[in-house]
Design a protein around this ligand. Structure first.
Ligand code: IMP
Length: 185
């Protein structure tokens, strides 16, 4: 079957494709806008996005939204992670965290999928900690300041190791499980 991936990022399409190939699913890149509502919850952004795209006539598609939620900052940058990265960046986050003892944080990835009339929304969570300095040069975004286990940062880990435990890896596996349970793939 074919599944449309609605995103501006072709890298996401490739990533989905690599996980879905063994189930005979072909990903098709759809570079198209949908409204991202203002809310603290990724699930609400994804739910509204799915409903909008469906109402506009799109069928059989996935969308996703992810972010870094820092407990001491009451969940910031959270749903504003892309904006936070563009504006204050990792250095700005480290500055906000100066002298803060509670370094706990979670990466979350919410994937929404609409196949026929079935709407599935899953969220993968990767708990960890904000480091005191940037470490490593692999990955992207907040990877250099996040460690899942207090040892290596995501940016020091390499993609294969990161994928096993990352929010996105977990959410993708959850989606595949749901689709298989419902015999959609
Ligand atoms: P998106 O919803 O996947 O586009 O992610 C929104 C923003 O969250 C990105 O621009 C990144 O700044 C941040 N982000 C999401 N996932 C990751 C990750 O795995 N590593 C580092 N930053 C991430």
């Amino acid at each position: 079957m074919k599944l449309n991936v609605v995103t501006h990022n072709p890298g996401k399409v490739k990533e989905f494709q690599s996980k879905f190939s063994e189930y005979d699913v072909t990903m098709v890149h759809v570079n198209r806008e949908y409204d991202e509502i203002q809310t603290a919850y990724l699930e609400e952004v994804v739910d509204k996005g799915i409903k909008q795209l469906y109402a506009e006539g799109l069928r059989d598609f996935v969308i996703d939204d992810s972010g870094l939620f820092i407990n001491a900052l009451k969940g910031f940058p959270g749903v504003y992670s892309a904006y936070g990265q563009k504006t204050v960046g990792n250095k700005g986050i480290l500055k906000l965290m100066e002298g803060v003892e509670d370094r706990s944080a979670q990466f979350k990835c919410c994937i929404g999928c609409m196949i026929g009339e079935e709407r599935i929304i899953v969220t993968g969570v990767c708990p960890g900690f904000i480091l005191h300095e940037e470490r490593g040069d692999e990955g992207f975004g907040y990877d250099p300041i996040f460690t899942p286990n207090g040892e290596l940062s995501f940016a020091e880990m390499g993609m294969a190791d990161k994928n096993v435990i990352s929010h996105r890896g977990i959410a993708t596996r959850m989606l595949i499980d749901e689709l298989r349970k419902r015999q959609l793939i």
